[in-house]
Design a protein around this ligand. Structure first.
Ligand SMILES: [Zn+2]
Length: 66
């Protein structure tokens, strides 16, 4: 009996490639965690990759109950 190999379906979750503020490197699927107001300089948006979200028990900004 031959098993039919189905290709892994593409997830519908949008993956964004960006900088993870926790491990200080580029990562795929980063999520916005927090937005910090900073007096000067570039914005203080904090993004984390899925791995760091698990490691640091982070909750995505959009997933937070308000
Ligand atoms: Zn990370």
């Amino acid at each position: 009996m031959e098993e039919t190999r189905t290709p892994v379906p593409a997830t519908h979750a949008p993956t964004s490639y960006g900088h993870c503020s926790w491990h200080q490197g580029s990562a795929e699927g980063v999520r916005l965690i927090d937005v910090h107001e900073q007096g000067s300089g570039a914005g203080g948006s904090l993004f984390a990759c899925p791995r760091c979200m698990v490691a640091y028990n982070l909750t995505a900004f959009a997933d937070r109950p308000l």
